[in-house]
Design a binder for this molecule. Structure first.
Ligand code: VGL
Ligand code: ZN
Length: 238
């Protein structure tokens, strides 16, 4: 017969075991499989310290992304690639300043400092990225009158970059997303990935945000609503 003390002790052990196994379960790393791809968004000089649209601590994503990329056979990078005089530049609109907004035919547009002009050094991918196996670079935002934060669909909501078709043809459907900026190109890419039927994981410590007019908190809320999973690079088994 168990006495009262033994019962209490074994209940205690059971509780501790439950807690421990739950902790183990919660920490189960995400596995990179054959259907996984890493999307590296806009890690370009313009968005890095000293760039014309520098994202605070933007350079800190580079070592995180380089480490993560070692675990991926499939890596796609994107490059913001604007014409000179692009519609998203404040300088293209008389009397407008960067970070103000205007209404365009396709909706509200934040106006930016000139950035990522085709062929300029600012538009180049960071020389500190070390991802030789990257198989595709998707350029976007190259139509003068339409912006494209998303790597999938331009801001008009219909013009495709071709990325969804590429990923589907390659049977890549589990997407890990990192880069710049969390609240614009990363968030729009992640949400469009969900719309197109992909799994989407945003790697928070592999991203940094611009955060203008509450955009960072709104982006995380919108992403959660869209079924985008928010993870840390340490959640992935590399
Ligand atoms: C981006 C603003 C303008 C980005 C690109 O990469 O997040 N943000 N163009
Ligand atoms: Zn841009």
């Amino acid at each position: 017969m168990l006495d009262r003390r033994q019962v209490l002790a074994s209940l205690g052990t059971m509780a501790l075991t439950a807690i421990a196994s739950r902790a183990l379960w919660a920490a189960a790393p995400l596995k990179i499989d054959d259907s996984s791809a890493l999307l590296v968004i806009d890690v370009q000089n313009c968005f890095l310290p000293g760039g014309s649209l520098a994202v605070k601590d933007g350079d800190q994503v580079v070592p995180v992304i380089n480490r993560l990329a070692k675990g991926f056979a499939n890596v796609v990078m994107t490059q913001d690639w604007h014409t000179a005089g692009h519609v998203s530049f404040a300088s293209s609109h008389a009397g407008k300043k960067p970070f103000e907004t205007i209404d365009l035919s396709y909706g509200k547009q934040v106006l930016w400092p000139d950035h990522c002009v085709q062929g300029t050094d600012g538009a180049s991918l960071s020389k500190d990225l070390s991802i030789p196996q990257a198989e595709l670079v998707i350029r976007k935002g190259y139509h003068k009158d339409v912006d494209s934060y998303s790597a999938f669909t331009e801001a008009d909501g219909k013009t495709t970059t071709g990325l969804a078709a590429y990923l589907k043809a390659r049977k890549l459907q589990r997407l890990f997303i990192a880069g710049l900026a969390t609240d614009f190109c990363v968030a729009w890419t992640a949400m469009d990935a969900r719309k197109a039927g992909f799994e989407a994981y945003v790697v928070e410590d592999g991203c940094r945000g611009i955060d203008t007019q509450g955009s960072l908190a709104k982006a995380w809320a919108d992403m959660a609503k869209a079924g985008v999973k928010r993870i840390q690079s340490s959640d992935i088994a590399v």
